[in-house]
Design a binder for this molecule. Structure first.
Ligand code: PLP
Length: 416
């Protein structure tokens, strides 16, 4: 409680969203907080912890850096081995046209740099395009193309941008814009599965037609894979479900560092056109990212993601027979469902937390199910049982939370 109070007082951002503090203890999908409570984690640090807690392979990697300092280098200027190792490993899982990457600090910066490299050569361009309801990050460039929640943008300047509907109308609108001057368009950026905006899966037609229009007008097409990438959907990258290859893409979260990935020819040749002091320089982050890819490959975790993802959907569809759980959707272990109202969703996430299950919201009334890739059927059953019981309680007339939890939390709406 002392730490929570300090956070509430001193944290310039949100204060306290989830009212517990992580301890170092945990194993697989479970972790303990500092008070010794055990939680089952179906939020995976907002999709950033694909291998769960205290994975032996990851711990072994981190151990190598115990007696070394600094662990952070100015990685674009002063090279470390881990930088090259991660580039090689990362580019082993991208389509061969996407053969170079720029490593950076966060998802927003990975997106921002993907947009920058695309607009750099398009000297007549005046704006970029994303979709209604997209989330691409909070730096001002990435934020300009974010449309998932007005609170993200209120009070901030944006750079010139236009929106396509996230539907089969997207190619129609894009076609109209190209007729007004394709050279004015710097890039089109999209999420194949909208994350923060509500786990909406794009249709194959929309993605393929937009890709086609971009190709025939030489407009760079960017896939934002910050949340959906690195295996979360059961393939390394969500765009692989759609049978397309983008011109550039962003990765972060589960990779443990940010990455802008494209063909080498798309990157600016001028020295300093893109850079960052710490980009490609945090040796622990780089080594963990590299090891994460190796473990996903070695343990064939993409196959577990596919199988368990299907099982999650099956179980949720069974629960939906009661009529409260709606619109079960997603790819792999990037799954969500809706509840009838925002209040019931918010209450349900808090109630599940009190029962030891960590969940995340998305969109207006969605709940994300994003466990680590190592999740088992037994853990899914445990989570679904908690979800069912929590829904039942929160749908009761005049339900409200009571007790200490109310002092701290509004943990329900997602932040990233
Ligand atoms: C699709 C997508 N793009 C970009 C970002 C921004 O990443 P970060 O929070 O690391 O800046 C996020 C974060 O949730 C995301 O989901």
């Amino acid at each position: 409680v002392k730490i929570l109070r300090t956070m509430k007082r001193l944290n310039g951002a949100r204060g306290v969203s989830y009212p517990y503090v992580h301890s170092k203890e945990g194993s697989g999908c479970y972790f303990k907080d500092l008070d010794g409570n055990t939680f089952l984690d179906f939020a995976s640090q907002v999709c950033s912890n694909p291998l769960g807690y205290n994975h032996p392979g990851i711990k072994e990697t981190i151990k190598q850096y115990m007696n070394r300092s600094p662990v952070k280098f100015a990685g674009q200027d002063f090279l470390v081995k881990e930088h090259g190792d991660l580039l090689e490993e990362l580019l082993s899982i991208t389509p061969k046209q996407l053969n170079a990457a720029f490593l950076i600090n966060s998802g927003a910066e990975a997106v921002e740099n993907a947009m920058k490299i695309c607009m750099h050569k398009r000297t007549s361009s005046t704006f970029g395009i994303s979709c209604t309801n997209d989330f691409h990050g909070r730096t001002l460039g990435a934020l300009s193309y974010t449309h998932s929640n007005p609170v993200h943008k209120k009070g901030f300047f944006t750079v010139p941008n236009k929106q396509l509907p996230f539907s089969d109308q997207a190619p129609v609108v894009l076609e109209q814009l190209t007729r007004q001057g394709a050279k004015k368009i710097a890039f089109v950026i999209m999420e194949m599965v909208q994350g923060e905006g509500g786990y909406n899966v794009a249709s194959k037609k929309m993605i393929r037609d937009v890709r086609k229009i971009c190709s025939s007008n030489s407009i760079p097409f960017i896939c934002d894979e910050v949340q959906s990438g690195m295996g979360r959907t059961g393939k390394w990258w969500a765009f692989q479900h759609f049978g397309i290859v983008p011109d550039a893409m962003s990765s972060a979260k589960a990779l443990n560092v940010g990455a802008t990935i494209a063909n080498k020819k798309l990157f600016p040749v001028e020295e300093g056109a893109i850079s960052s002091t710490w980009g490609g320089g945090n040796i622990i982050d780089l080594a963990v990212g590299c090891q994460t890819i190796k473990i996903i490959k070695k343990k064939r975790l993409l196959s577990n993601v596919q199988q368990q993802g299907m099982y999650v959907k099956k179980r949720l569809n069974e629960v939906s027979a009661h009529g409260v759980v709606r619109n079960v959707r997603g790819l792999g272990l990037m799954v969500a469902f809706d509840l009838p109202t925002k209040k019931i969703r918010d209450d349900m996430i808090l109630e599940s937390l009190q029962r030891g299950l960590v969940l995340l919201g998305c969109g207006p009334k969605g709940v994300r199910i994003v466990p680590p890739f190592i999740v088992s059927r037994r853990e899914i059953d445990e989570a679904i049982n908690i979800i069912e019981a929590s829904i039942k309680r929160c749908c009761a007339k005049d339900f409200s939370h009571t007790g200490a939890i109310c002092q701290f939390t509004s943990c329900t709406t997602s932040t990233t």
